[in-house]
Design a protein around this ligand. Structure first.
Ligand code: FES
Ligand SMILES: [Fe+2]
Length: 329
């Protein structure tokens, strides 16, 4: 075959909120480094507790602020010449004689903390956030269990999976019923039911779970899943963070609602249930990974009757693509 394969036309780094760190791992005074949507960033938390995500590279002479940088009060001190950077990127002091002013800005990312994670806003043209990440009230829920899997895939492929109705039966072994999908502006809603054998100790032999999912941009989707017959409710949070083009860290976080009375759900200790649901969610993702990593994006698919609303989802997702001029082509 001599024809050149078409490149994936999707921009590797759509605009939006992406999970940068677990809040607990970014304690006051902590400094960390990571790849984040094609950039190397430094993350730190001030002594008063404010988180920050910024370019890792000091604008003075380019030192990596995560490698030897130290939190000093409400700023991050560069290890090379001591310029200190506030969370908004202003230079707020140094150990130069007389501490001369320095009017250069360290590029920073808007940051919010939601349900135990620190999110940073990425936009190739540096524009401000256009939507919010709604918080979750997790009072009465089990501690979040979190797993991160590095995957070679485009972030849109991860979310498109959630509206790919047929693959649930083929890849994951359970068919869907009662599917409904809705474009809600900057979020996309999908819901469906599926039946499984009862994996708990009490209740009917087969149970139906209702999956209610909202996707907020390309960095976060939340499913609230309810199996009423056994009194089970759990969240699955999907947090894919692109690192470099074609690669992402996929974080899967789960938590189960504790029963109002007692510490068992259908006869099983709630912490065991929480563990089981987490392993189930991660196991499901692992079933998808070889397909995601192997696929070549089909820009104009010829769909089969019964496929999910893939064109509608792609149209919705396209709003997060950076403008061509801002992305540099
Ligand atoms: S490189 Fe950071 S202060 Fe000089
Ligand atoms: Fe899947």
């Amino acid at each position: 075959m001599t024809a050149v394969e078409p490149a994936d036309p999707r921009h590797p780094f759509p605009s939006g909120w992406y999970m940068a760190a677990r809040s607990a791992e970014l304690a006051p005074g902590a400094v960390a480094e990571r790849a984040f949507l094609g950039e190397q960033v430094v993350m730190f938390r001030t002594e008063a507790g404010e988180p920050a995500v910024a370019s890792a590279y000091c604008p003075h002479l380019g030192a990596n602020l995560a490698r030897g940088g130290e939190v000093v009060g409400e700023s991050l001190r560069c290890p090379f010449h001591s310029l200190r950077w506030a969370t908004d990127g202003r230079c707020v002091g140094s150990e130069y004689p007389g501490d001369p002013g320095y009017g250069v800005q360290l590029p920073t990312y808007p940051t919010v903390e939601r349900f135990g994670f620190t999110f940073a806003w990425h936009a190739s043209d540096c524009s401000e956030p256009t939507f919010d990440i709604p918080d979750l009230d997790l009072d009465g829920w089990t501690d979040m269990i979190v797993t991160t899997i590095p995957i070679a895939a485009h972030v849109e492929t991860i979310h498109e999976n959630g509206v790919d109705a047929v693959h649930f039966g083929i890849v994951h072994g359970f068919g869907l019923s009662g599917t409904a999908y809705e474009d809600r502006g900057t979020s996309f809603h999908s819901e469906f039911h599926f039946a499984t054998p009862n994996f708990l100790r009490e209740g009917p032999s087969e149970i139906t779970t209702f999956f209610d999912t909202d996707t907020f941009g390309m960095g976060y989707a939340r499913s609230l899943n309810t199996a009423e017959a056994v009194g089970l409710r759990y969240h699955v949070l999907l947090l894919p963070t692109p690192t470099t083009a074609g690669h992402l860290d996929f974080t899967i976080a789960t938590t189960v609602q504790r029963p109002a009375d007692g510490d068992r759900i259908a006869g099983v200790p709630v912490d065991e249930v929480a563990d089981f649901m987490h392993r189930g969610a991660v196991g499901g993702v692992r079933q998808d990974v070889p397909i995601w990593e192997g696929l070549r994006y089909v820009d104009h698919p010829r769909l089969v009757k019964g496929d999910g609303p893939i064109p509608r989802f792609r149209h919705w997702a396209s709003q997060f693509a950076p403008a061509v001029s801002a992305a540099g082509g």
